[in-house]
Write a new protein. Structure first.
Length: 59
């Protein structure tokens, strides 16, 4: 199952993005194809953006 893109302007939570990352690794069996690697990199950027605000507020 591929992650569903959010409507423009909508931001997913870090937990939602993390779930997609875990699903990607599980689907790939731990070995990412070039297409999976692209999706993984995109998800990492999205996850980092989602966690950047929570890291500051926790400090």
């Amino acid at each position: 199952m591929s992650p569903t893109p959010c409507p423009s302007g909508s931001v997913r939570s870090a937990a939602e993005v993390n779930e997609d990352i875990r699903d990607l690794w599980q689907r790939s069996g731990g070995c990412l194809s070039p297409e999976d690697e692209e999706e993984y990199q995109r998800l990492l950027v999205e996850w980092a953006a989602a966690t950047s605000g929570s890291a500051r507020s926790a400090a």
